[in-house]
Design a protein around this ligand. Structure first.
Ligand code: FAD
Length: 567
């Protein structure tokens, strides 16, 4: 483990972010959103040339919208009417066997009014462009001290934080930075992770891959079709970039074949055509073992994004990484500002690592379908048979932010999941997003920190908000009488976290389905006895509300999950 040289720290920072890729940038801007300053060290002075990620889902965009970044991303992405389709083909000169719409497209289905649809549509955007734009925002932000050309080389944990070593690449000058918290957002080959000696846990043996970023207007690649995103053919995944004539081909490379083979020959060999490739823009190699770090935290140091989980590049969603950055960002801000307790930061790993493990399983299934498709094509399977297999196997359903089902900082209640109504106010899930009668989005009315969404006729939740604010806990009181909200939000009092997940709720079920839903659920929430008798002022005076705040903000160690159901 590289150890910091014994220098006096020349810089001090509450949070040191290592890496200004998409994840480091979003983390820094999440901190700034809560008024917390940070230092970001980034070894490169320009964004990487290889495009990396290609698509932000509606949920990813929804999280960026909170930070005021959605419009910026749209301006630099592919036009909004460009869908993200997946074409399954036996060969480039053969019509598609099946065209699947990817998950984000379904996310955006306008017909759903159950609160599950993100307030933003998916956006295709090159990772390079995203990183470039986010970095420009960091440069101009008064709460972000961005040091470009500074490379992290080692760290030493010490009382109250860590001393971090960085080197200025251009001059060779070394610096020691003292930070209370360090966030390793330095990508798949994370030096921070290696310094912590945190191993990656792979799923199965690694296979070699090569990604070729190229420009080609060859007519056998249907460039220019806005709806086209990805073609699966001959074991190769070819992704059009930015709707133009740039492409990325992800090729599996057999173990007996050198990865150094001429990339153009490799592409042509796999596509079976004399593909015209006038320009190779970049080549990267990677192994395809989907790996998740065994720990996300060691003392004051955290792993975030690709540093914490290395997924297959052909996965087209960056939600897992964006979710990490937002989660850690608001929790660090809460602790630094005093409205988060000592247990809050431990919940980062408890909430985010399971998400990576679950996403990895979904991805594994998707990748196996791609491999099976190739094997079936090679075996001579006909079009109809192939289409039938794909229809059965392709699942591009969205996890839509997932749920936190085992979090120590969610006040769960005893209502079971309703498979017919996936979007409810059940604690742990993403809050339902609805458009209000005046045309605004409920999500845009949530405060930056916590929000008590109050659907009682007279705004009866006010004493809870006052009691929280008196403790220095920023809670916005959002009193709504809007019928659209009442139709979907099935409890009158709901506490929403900065990341739009539900932390707690109380009161009798509301809305059109209210009376039926209360039957059998006990009609209780938040440990307040009969729902009808729920009295916010009394709840606050009796200490129940403070117990809720203590738990959801990590001021007390979590009991077992069941212990805070109707406690
Ligand atoms: C070939 C390829 C194709 C991909 N395709 C897709 C895709 O289609 N869809 C998708 O969702 N994802 C894709 N990815 C993954 C995508 O790039 C990541 O999801 C995304 O970039 C994660 O962002 P990050 O900020 O965690 O890491 P990165 O984007 O890797 O950013 C890490 C940053 O840390 C900096 N850094 C590293 N080490 C140090 C250090 N020691 N000191 C200071 N700074 C440091 C780097 O310069 C970089 O700016 C692909 C990746 C590759 C390699």
């Amino acid at each position: 483990m590289p150890v910091a040289v014994d220098e006096r720290p020349t810089l001090r920072s509450q949070v040191l972010v290592v890496g200004a890729g998409p994840v480091g940038a979003i983390l820094a801007l999440e901190l700034a959103h809560h008024g917390v300053a940070c230092t970001v060290v980034e070894r490169s002075v320009t964004a990487a040339r290889h495009p990396g990620l290609d698509l932000l889902s509606g949920r990813g965009m929804e999280l960026l919208r909170r930070l005021g970044l959605a419009d910026l991303v749209r301006r630099h992405g592919v036009p909004a009417d460009s869908a993200a389709d997946l074409q399954w083909r036996r060969g480039l000169d053969d019509p598609p066997v099946l065209i699947s719409h990817s998950a984000p497209f379904l996310d955006s289905a306008p017909s759903l009014d159950d609160g599950s649809v993100p307030v933003e549509r998916q956006q295709r955007v090159s990772g390079t462009e995203l990183a470039r734009q986010l970095r420009a925002v960091l440069r101009g932000h008064p709460l972000v001290d961005l040091r470009e050309g500074w490379t992290f080389t080692g760290l030493r944990a010490e009382a109250g934080g860590a001393v971090v070593n960085v080197i200025e690449t251009r001059t060779g000058i070394r610096h020691a930075v003292q930070a209370q918290h360090v966030a390793g957002c330095d990508g798949a080959q994370s030096t921070v992770r290696r310094c912590l000696d945190v191993p990656m846990q792979p799923l199965g043996p690694a296979g070699q891959h090569c990604s070729v970023f190229f420009r080609s207007a060859d007519p056998c690649l249907p460039a220019g079709e806005r709806s086209l995103s990805t073609i699966i053919v001959g074991g190769l995944t070819t992704v059009s970039r930015s709707g133009g004539d740039t492409w990325v081909g992800h090729l599996p490379v057999p173990s007996d074949e050198p990865v150094t083979t001429d990339p153009v020959s490799m592409l042509r060999g796999r596509l079976g055509l004399g593909l015209e490739v006038p320009e190779i823009l970049g080549v990267t190699q990677w192994d395809d073992s989907l790996a998740v770090a065994t720990a996300y935290r060691s003392g004051p140091v955290y792993l975030v994004g690709e540093a914490a989980h290395r997924f297959h590049p052909v996965s087209d969603l960056a939600d897992t990484s964006i979710g990490d950055a937002v989660d850690l960002g608001w929790k660090l801000a809460a602790v630094i500002s005093g409205w988060g307790g000592p247990e809050l930061l431990a919940s980062y790993e408890c909430e985010r690592r399971p998400c990576a493990l679950i996403d990895r399983e979904l991805l594994t299934r998707e990748l196996e379908t791609r491999r099976r498709f190739n094997r079936l094509v090679t075996a001579g399977a006909g079009r109809e048979f192939l289409a039938g297999v794909l229809r059965q196997e392709t699942h591009f359903g969205s996890r839509l932010a997932g749920r936190y089902d085992t979090s120590p900082i969610i006040w769960y209640d005893d209502e079971a999941a309703d498979p017919l109504r996936p979007t409810t106010t059940r604690p742990g899930g993403r809050a339902p997003a609805v458009r209000l009668r005046d045309g605004t989005h409920l999500f845009d009315r949530l405060g930056p920190a916590l929000t008590l969404v109050d659907l009682t006729p007279g705004g009866a939740g006010r004493p809870l908000v006052d009691a929280a604010n008196e403790r220095g806990i920023p809670v916005t009181h959002l009193h709504l009488t809007d019928p659209a909200a009442r139709a979907v939000w099935d409890r009158p009092l709901v506490l929403v976290r900065p990341d739009q997940h539900i932390a707690w709720r109380a009161g009798a079920p509301t809305g059109p389905t209210g009376p039926d839903r209360s039957a059998g659920s006990g009609g209780t929430a938040g440990g307040v006895g009969s729902a009808d008798s729920f009295n916010p002022a009394g709840f606050a005076a009796a200490g129940g509300w403070h117990a809720v705040l203590d738990l959801v903000l990590g001021f007390r160690p979590a009991a077992r999950r069941q212990d805070h159901v109707n406690a």
